[in-house]
Design a protein around this ligand. Structure first.
Ligand code: 5GP
Length: 112
């Protein structure tokens, strides 16, 4: 079982900021911005490359919740970035689909 699944199941502690039947949002252990939250589905999906057509409702749910969590964190007006790293070239470390929600400072573009 990967580390994010263990967090979702409550086996590893994390600072959870939102959760429901389908997803969990918690603060990144190594934040890259003043606000850095990870939003994951409870179901184990290794990466965005592995989603299927039947995941359509879940993916929509994740995006809606990302916006809600960003609002909860006070980022709606100043702005924020939602990132999904997918595979080795993107630097994906944890093989469990996750959305990074980053904000609280001006973010550079393009990403490195
Ligand atoms: P990736 O590179 O896979 O897109 O991002 C993985 C993220 O998970 C990294 O930002 C890393 O800091 C974070 N992370 C890895 N292990 C843990 C953990 O045990 N707890 C928390 N809260 N974040 C973690």
């Amino acid at each position: 079982m990967n580390v994010f699944k263990k967090i979702a199941d409550g086996e590893i502690p994390a600072e959870i900021v939102y959760q429901d039947d389908h997803c969990v949002a918690f603060r990144d252990i190594n934040p890259q911005a003043p606000v850095h939250i990870l939003l994951i589905p409870r179901r184990e999906i290794p990466s965005l490359a592995r989603v299927e057509a039947s995941d359509h409702p879940l993916l929509g749910h994740l995006l809606l919740k990302a916006a809600e969590v960003a609002k909860q964190e006070g980022l709606s007006e100043t702005g924020y970035r939602v990132v999904i790293n997918c595979g080795p070239d993107a630097g994906q470390e944890v093989p469990h689909l996750h959305l990074h929600i980053l904000g609280g400072r001006r973010l550079g573009w393009p990403p490195g």
